[in-house]
Design a protein around this ligand. Structure first.
Ligand code: S3P
Length: 431
């Protein structure tokens, strides 16, 4: 289904009292939250397709999940009593589901096949199966891709010391979960720090986990079931913020958003670009900082984003690239290699679509380089999204600067992370 954006609106003043819960935390509230035996609630659970895939996988392990609106009531028999053999775990489009469930199944001694849709079956899994096999998981795969078969170590996984070869929170989390379920102390060392929601949730549940610099240590210990309220997803907020920045005379506030410092780097980068954006942390909830973000229409300038910072904005690179197209000067985003392995090859998605709207840009030495200027354009354009939710939403922000029609192909894929986005984006866009 294509989305046709035929005009945009300026002069918007609006406060969003809430936005759907953070996808990364929601997956973990189900996967890690259900490790102890007990009943708990998850409030502000985002009903996107990725999180629903995790919900369905967890049900297959014998966990009961009742849901009304955005609240889930989860009842778990505890990991020792999970169903020990599952025919197929279908993770659909969700890399986080596949990689975290792999750690869970391996550690808890559950046999079964893990698979997903065409996009997920193309994504690299060796980065997870290698360390899990070193721990004794006995996972078989063809060319390191899904489907994989876990033959189960039957509760006999052993701890590992693992130096992360790639900056990936999904890989790190998979090892931490398996490490928690193994004998001995597992140590994971990151070269570049990635999002730390897994560590935060284990702490929140009372696990024996410690973090020293770039090293994470975890051992098995008693943990307790606890309730969760999921803060608003800052990666979804990112698109609304971009719409506001590129429109004229607008001002928005988004309340109750996740402001974990490894996820709010996007906001710091916007500030460097000259954006009028402010945020204020007012509370800690379930081990995570939350607060409000306020944004005003801004004139932006180009910046250079260093390799060490890219891991913290990995999901925001598409929207930053669109903003860079409307910023004065040459923006360089370094260390983008991992974008080739997302729901689509996002480097191609970014470069092709930016060229399509008349921007000079290229990919060289693992960097995206964009020659931007603060401008408006007038051209009927078709955005090719490669069925990637973040490419679709990022390029809807470009429509703010287009006086002709912007067609976004395969818009329905936005439901992977933000099914409600059309209603939110309508504030700025005539759809
Ligand atoms: C995620 C980690 C990142 C991110 C993804 C969610 C997570 O993936 O791109 O959207 O929840 O751990 P990688 O671990 O592949 O970098």
């Amino acid at each position: 289904m294509n989305l046709k954006i035929y005009d945009h609106k300026d002069g918007i003043k609006y406060t969003f009292s809430s936005i759907p819960g953070d996808k990364s935390i929601a997956h973990r509230a189900l996967i890690i939250g259900a490790l102890p035996r007990g009943k708990y609630t998850i409030k502000n659970f985002p009903k996107n397709e990725d999180c629903i895939a995790t919900m369905e996988c967890m049900k297959k392990l014998g966990i009961s999940i009742e849901n009304s609106n955005t609240t889930l009531v989860v009842e778990s028999p505890g990991y020792m009593n999970f169903t020990k053999s599952v025919a197929i775990m279908d993770c659909k489009n969700s890399g986080t589901t596949a990689r975290l469930i792999m750690g869970l199944m391996s550690g808890a001694g559950i046999k079964g096949m893990i698979t997903g849709d065409n996009s997920l079956r193309e994504r690299p899994m060796k980065r997870v199966t290698d360390p899990l096999n070193l721990m004794g998981a006995n996972i078989v795969s063809t060319e390191g891709k899904l489907p994989i078969i876990i033959n189960s170590a039957n509760g006999k996984m052993k701890a590992i010391t693992y130096d992360m070869p790639v900056a990936s929170a999904q890989v790190k989390s998979s090892i931490i979960i398996a490490g928690f379920l193994s004998k001995g102390e597992t140590k994971v060392v990151e070269k570049i720090k990635t999002r730390d929601h897994t560590e935060n949730i284990f702490k929140y549940l009372g696990a024996s986990i410690s973090i020293r610099g770039n090293e994470i240590y975890i051992t098995n210990s008693p943990i307790n079931s606890r309730d969760f309220t999921i803060p608003g997803d800052v990666s979804s907020a990112a698109f609304l913020i971009a719409l506001c920045l590129l429109s004229k005379n607008s001002e928005i506030t988004i309340k109750n958003v996740l402001l974990n410092e490894r996820r709010s780097k996007y906001l710091c980068i916007l500030k460097q670009m000259g954006a009028k954006v402010n945020w204020d942390i007012y509370e800690e909830q379930c081990g995570e900082n939350i607060g409000d973000i306020s944004v005003k229409s801004s004139v932006l300038k180009a910046i250079t984003i260093e390799r060490e910072d890219t891991a913290s904005i990995i999901d925001e690179v598409p929207v930053i690239s669109v903003l860079a197209a409307f910023s004065e000067g040459t923006t360089i985003i370094k260390g983008v290699e991992e974008l080739k392995h997302k729901e689509s090859n996002r480097i191609e998605g970014i470069i092709n679509n930016l060229k399509n709207i008349g921007i000079q840009c290229y990919y060289k030495h693992d960097s995206i380089i964009i020659e931007g200027r603060d401008h408006y354009f007038s051209k009927d354009i078709n955005i090719v999204t490669f069925k990637d939710h973040r490419i679709a939403m990022a390029f809807s922000a470009a429509a703010i600067r287009n006086s002709k029609n912007t067609i976004i192909e395969d818009w329905e894929y936005t439901s992977i992370s933000f099914p409600e986005c059309t209603n939110f984006f309508k504030l700025f866009l005539n759809i």
